[in-house]
Design a protein around this ligand. Structure first.
Ligand code: HEM
Length: 452
């Protein structure tokens, strides 16, 4: 019988083993392990073990070729399940397949056309709200501003005009639930708390979850009763039904998918743009090229969807930022049937971790990987889809359903914000990475901005 992948030993804590270090500083420890142990090895912790893989070929096997044998069932997904129920991110097997088929059309690129004007309007309004700060030259933490913006966009994309008055309330509930999930992940002992008895820690989240449930169910009920057709994401989800049986989603399934899209679709994009702002602000060459393009190409009559193709460098900046700081920095799976990877045995039940950030930052795959260089995504230089070395939106059947949505949003944010302002990181402010489910700037992003 084949052997299990070799065990990583160093650096290791005397009691909790090597996983202790990875938990504290995964972005540095995982690459160290890879350079010592190679493309496949095991990390054993007191309560389980995980196999880490670092080769494009093995990543392709897990995420794409044998995806049905590798499901999402790590602890991070258990936390997400509290918020998202059995939505797409946390679901698996046949039930996931059915739901994915039903939800997919709502995210088709063509559907995004309908959301363009709303997205642009919200981004413009957010940029305008910073005018005073810019004229006073005072600094601010833009991270919460961006988070608020992406929540506002996703709330309006989902519920259209039904949420006009409640957009702020929905945003605040989702923000509370996000904080709750992050604390659960930072302090795993909180898993031991009884879920049903409210504690000072769980009470705000329980309240937010109840309020969200009541808002979402209220809107679903009203829509089912009126039968009116709405041109928003919820409208699409309500109308979706299986081709053969004609069956649609139950209210509970709809609720779970709505919550999933809220949670999966706002922090990821907000963090991606915060990192982009930081990278552009600290790379004057890229900033100059970007702003030159925006100035030259900005249409007199205002931006429309058709104009986006006229900003190729802006797109390259986004792609390179997602290489540098992938919002989802690692994906995890659990093997459901005995398998073999790279000549080693992977028994059912084994967790498998694919550290996307390692693939994106390794000199093995990228010349001068530590240099921010949007020109690596120029049309004649961009990396091919295979081997799998660049996959900010994942790969295979479980790749991101919202990738076009996110790219459109990021494009509008890049064009509107940099057209209007010059950004500089507040002197002395240290930007550090905080890798939990998403990769975010640990203490936010304090910037000074001035009008262009
Ligand atoms: C820059 C922004 C984003 C990034 C980097 C990102 C990244 C990812 C990645 C890597 C996955 C795959 C996770 C895995 O394999 O386990 C994923 C899945 C998913 N994403 Fe995104 N995402 C972004 C924005 C969005 C947006 C805007 C939405 C919705 C509006 C969204 C909805 C989802 C959903 C529902 C899934 C689960 C798909 C499934 O399992 O069938 N994401 N995302």
């Amino acid at each position: 019988m084949k052997a299990l992948p070799p065990k990583a030993s160093r650096p290791g804590h005397w009691l909790f083993g090597p996983a202790y270090h990875a938990r504290r500083d995964p972005l540095r420890v995982i690459p160290q392990w890879i350079s010592t142990h190679g493309d496949i090895f095991r990390v054993v912790a007191p309560f389980g073990q995980a196999t880490i893989i670092a080769s494009p070929h093995l990543a392709q096997q897990v995420l794409v070729d044998r995806a049905s044998r590798y499901q999402q069932k790590s602890r991070a997904y258990a936390v997400l399940r509290i918020l998202m129920g059995d939505g797409l991110v946390t679901n698996s097997g046949e039930s996931w397949r059915r739901q994915r088929k039903l939800v997919q059309p709502a995210f088709h690129r063509r559907r995004l056309d309908a959301l363009f004007t709303m997205m642009l309007d919200r981004v413009e309004a957010c940029a305008a709200s910073l005018e005073k700060r810019a004229s006073e030259r005072t600094s601010l933490d833009v991270a919460p501003v961006l988070s608020q913006l992406t929540l506002d966009i996703i709330a309006r994309a989902m519920f259209g005009t039904d949420v006009q008055g409640a957009a702020a309330e929905v945003s605040s509930h989702i923000a509370t639930l996000n904080e709750f999930a992050l604390r659960m992940l930072r302090q795993p002992w909180l898993f031991l708390l009884p879920r049903r008895i409210p504690t000072p820690f769980t009470r705000p989240a329980v309240r937010a979850l109840r309020s969200m449930d009541s808002i979402v169910h209220g809107i679903i009920r009203a829509r089912r009763t009126s039968g009116a057709v709405h041109d928003d994401l919820l409208g699409m989800l309500l109308n979706a039904c299986e081709e053969d049986s004609g069956q649609g989603m139950t209210d509970e399934q709809l609720r779970d998918e709505v919550m999933t899209v809220f949670v999966a679709g706002h922090e990821t994009t907000a963090n991606a743009f915060a990192w982009l702002l930081y990278l552009v602000a600290t790379h004057p060459g890229a900033e100059e090229k970007l702003c030159r393009e925006i100035k030259a190409q900005w249409p007199e009559g205002g931006l429309t969807l058709e104009h986006l193709a006229a900003f190729p460098y802006a797109r390259q900046v986004i792609e390179e930022s997602l290489r540098f700081y992938p919002s989802i920095w690692s994906v995890g799976r659990r093997c459901t049937e005995d398998d073999e990877l790279g000549g080693f045995r992977i028994p059912a039940g084994m967790n498998v971790v694919i550290p996307i950030f390692y693939f994106h930052r390794s000199e093995r795959f990228w010349p001068e990987a530590a240099r921010f260089d949007p020109d690596r995504f120029a049309p004649d230089r961009r990396p091919p889809p295979e081997p799998l070395v660049y996959f900010p939106f994942g790969a295979g059947p479980r790749s991101c359903i919202g990738n076009h949505f996110a790219m459109q949003e990021l494009m509008l944010m890049t064009l509107v914000f940099f057209r209007r302002y010059r950004f500089a990181v507040e002197p002395g402010f240290e930007v550090t990475e905080d890798p939990l489910i998403t990769l975010r700037p640990k203490h936010g992003l304090r910037v000074r901005l001035e009008p262009r």
